[in-house]
Design a protein around this ligand. Sequence first.
Ligand code: F6R
Length: 357
Amino acid sequence: EKGTYPHFMLKEIDEQPLVLRKIIQKYRSEKGELEIDQEIVKAVNESDRIYIIAAGTSYHAGLVGKQFIEKLAAVPVEVHIASEFGYNMPLLSAKPLFIFISQSGETADSRAVLVQIKELGHKALTITNVPGSTLSREADFTLLLHAGPEIAVASTKAYTAQLAVLSILAEVVARSKGKEIGFDLSRELGIAANAMEILCDSKEEFEKMAHEYVSTTRNAFFIGRGVDYYVCLEGSLKLKEISYIQAEGFAGGELKHGTIALIEDGTPIIALATQESVNLSIRGNVKEVVARGANPCIISMKGLEMADDRFVIPEVHELLTPLISVIPMQLFAYYAALHRNCDVDKPRNLAKSVTVE
Ligand code: F6R
């Protein structure tokens, strides 16, 4: 039920801090350590490469998950769009492990890959919000998102839950190998939950921002580098699917290789700057588009902020910024759709789970 909320999407955005806290609790042992089924940890440790298969928002979560697993657990990861993988299968490593990320657990494109790789005799783990879903039943292992039902067609809390579960998987695998990751993940996830709350309490700011940047625009671009780029892909998907504004996410450095030709007077550019290592270079990209007339909206993180930033998110661990920086994107899309009188929870041409290939 929506309760006092006008839309499920807004309710689900607001539930994110609670969901994150629930995940920390669900994946914590009595000793207070993060914990994952030993069989899953063993399967990861026995594999030489992980193949993440997903679609849409879950694919975007996979791109960030790759960073967690490679940086913390030092296992190589490839991320594939489910609908492409089937007929364009890459050369597999000797001991692959497949991870299917799917909110619904019913996406036909992902299921087709699962059937294919099971026939080849490979192991599969499904990360899903729906216990008993097809992808969960047919895989060897399941990790649950514990996000509660997601009703709005546009995925929000499932995405942040997917990131949280992937980070926990990465940490537990790292610890099983005796690797020091150098920070306390459950503590950092707790800090991230508090930061999410602050962002959810800043709705008026994002409403103003949406009004200012995209109330009449035909298109919008999102730019970032590193994980910020992946969040830009998700931010642009959110905006296009519910507001029908043509939106694209780009890697900051790729702009000059073609996309910059699209910049006109007033084109909104939403730039994410949450990573110290690329803070200056992404700002360089913003300068390039501003020189061509773009209307920039820089969202940065505390500690990295500069004079013209439109919004500064609270500081969280640098690996975990996507859990936080996606919230301004979700709210921006929500208010943009609202301003344009779009059906926020049930956008045209879309269904909640896509059960055809
Ligand atoms: C976007 C969205 C879709 C889904 C995609 C995969 O907001 O909801 O892109 O993420 O259809 O769905 P699942 O995760 O259920 O496999």
